[in-house]
Design a protein. Structure first.
Length: 516
């Protein structure tokens, strides 16, 4: 199956990296062999030596001249990581979630994301048992008292966000998966088959499903602390493609259940929206997802789809997915698509373009959902990690830009800081300068964006939100990028940034538009 003319045109606009073969996907121009002069790239990407205007970038000037709708800008929002009880509890001093919220206050954002996590031991087509993570990584089986404890911890974190002045809370639900036992390897949640409403097989501590253990405590915690002015975006699943595409009707059922919980007490249900989020590629988790090279996968996707088609026809509920998307108030994506050496504003929508390409053979037109049906598009995760898969410093900038999903987690380590390399730092700054430009005008040129949530963990944490991202050795944060975010958010939220908020490095520098 060849790409439509529209998508091929988009690829030309997005990547600008040489000729593309017909029938290839949005990543086809990002071949590893397509090397660029790194020294010239570094100098051209440096934002510390440039002063710019507040005008729109060229792609948007062209869009305006063609009569294309320019949407309202959206902010770049922080994420608070909730991996377990240690992120919500503290014997002395503020809880880690409170510290992350405090670190987010100066970003001029109104919305804040909470990535919430439950753990499970998976055995084939089902979970054997669900767990919460306690101190020292001890896994506690989900049961009534622990579920109450989890809900209470979330309540304290959510309330801290509201007390800090945030008016919107985004929820991103994750299950982290162990294969067969707690002592075995972990699996990427995107390729794990399970129903969100099916109870775990081991019911010795009670009968709990993914919905019972994670979604319901979060919804109840929100309902207990939010006020009539709070908006909620509730993502039932992030990067759980195989589960969502195999059991979409169960996710629709879970969505209805969460809607009911969040409308208790007379709260306005129209202020609370629900959806699911997919990875930018391998969206269904069902088309030979074991391929780790994103470029090779994209270039051979249609061949892989044809091989997988018999299994897909038997096991994937495409009509149920369409119904789930119809029932959803928004659609989320993880924005980790490979990036070109020469970034433009149009590069910011490569993740959307890739997901749309992969959905096409299923008969799902993502653009139709976003425009004809008016579904907002949210980047529920966005970032660039700068490390290799085995948590080592990368061999080159090419590796970083092709694998933005790969980074170094945990506390800051000077030995594992890729951003100390000037070339890498310049590229990351250019990326976020353009992301701010793009967000300021609501996306484009083909797709709009209605929310961007940065993955604030480890080497992805450009804003220094996570307490562990800064230690005595240094920080993964970048004050220049933080300035871009502050200025963007101040503009779209109607604030007036002061010189002190932006910091000395941002004085007289425009965060939006073209650079000279």
């Amino acid at each position: 199956m060849k790409l439509s003319k529209q998508i091929v045109t988009s690829v030309v606009l997005l990547l600008l990296l040489g000729s593309a073969a017909a029938g290839q996907g949005p990543g086809s121009r990002l071949q590893p062999s397509d090397k660029r002069n790194s020294s010239s790239s570094s100098s051209s990407n440096s934002t510390t030596k440039r002063r710019g205007s507040s005008s729109l970038g060229r792609s948007y000037q062209a869009a305006v001249s063609q009569g294309t709708e320019i949407r309202q800008g959206t902010e770049i929002s922080p994420t608070v990581m909730i991996y377990g009880f240690p992120d919500m509890e503290s014997d002395t001093g503020p809880r880690p979630c409170q510290k992350a919220i405090s670190n987010s206050k100066g970003l001029n954002a109104k919305r804040i994301n909470f990535m919430i996590t439950v753990y499970g031991v998976h055995k084939g087509r089902y979970f054997d048992r669900f767990y919460y993570k306690d101190r020292k990584s001890v896994m506690l089986p989900v049961e009534a008292s622990q579920t109450a404890r989890y809900r209470q911890g979330l309540e304290k974190c959510f309330k801290a966000a509201l007390d800090a002045g945030f008016t919107g809370i985004h929820i991103l639900a994750h299950v982290d998966v162990f294969d067969q036992s707690l002592s075995s390897r972990t699996l990427w949640r995107n390729v794990v088959l399970f129903s969100p409403t099916a109870p775990a097989a081991d019911s010795s501590s009670g009968s709990y499903s993914y919905t019972d253990a994670l979604l319901q405590p979060a919804a109840e915690a929100l309902n207990n602390v939010i006020n009539r002015e709070t908006t909620v975006e509730f993502t039932l699943a992030g990067e759980q493609g195989l589960s969502v595409w195999s059991y979409p009707r169960d996710y629709t059922q879970a969505m209805q259940r969460m809607r009911s919980i969040l409308s208790r007490g007379g709260l306005d249900p129209s202020r609370h929206t629900f959806g699911v989020s997919f990875n930018y590629d391998k969206v269904c988790g069902c088309v030979e997802p074991e391929e780790r090279d994103p470029i090779r996968y994209n270039n051979t996707y249609m061949e892989r789809y044809k091989r997988a088609a018999p299994w897909i026809k038997k096991n994937i509920d495409v009509e149920g997915v369409k119904q789930l998307l119809d029932a959803s108030d928004f659609i989320g994506l993880s924005s980790y698509a490979p990036l070109p050496a020469n970034l433009t504003q149009a590069s910011m929508e490569v993740s959307i373009e890739t997901a749309a390409f992969e959905m096409q053979p299923f008969g799902i037109d993502l653009k139709s959902y976003l425009f004809a049906k008016g579904k907002p598009l949210v980047y529920s995760e966005q970032g660039i990690g700068g490390c290799t898969d085995n948590k080592r410093l990368p061999p080159s900038l090419d590796y970083i830009r092709v694998h933005p999903f790969s980074g170094c987690g945990g506390s800051y380590s000077s030995q594992l800081d890729p951003w100390k390399v000037p070339e890498y730092q310049a590229y990351r700054r250019k990326l976020y300068q353009l992301l701010a430009d793009w967000a300021a005008v609501g996306g484009g040129p083909q797709y709009r964006v209605d929310g961007i949530y940065v993955w604030n963990s480890g080497s992805w944490d450009v804003m220094g939100v996570n307490p562990s991202s800064t230690t005595r050795e240094g920080t993964y944060a970048d004050s220049v990028i933080k300035g871009y975010v502050q200025q963007l958010n101040a503009a779209v939220n109607g604030y007036t940034p002061t010189y002190q908020q932006l910091g000395p490095s941002q004085n007289n520098k425009g965060a939006f538009g073209s650079r000279r």
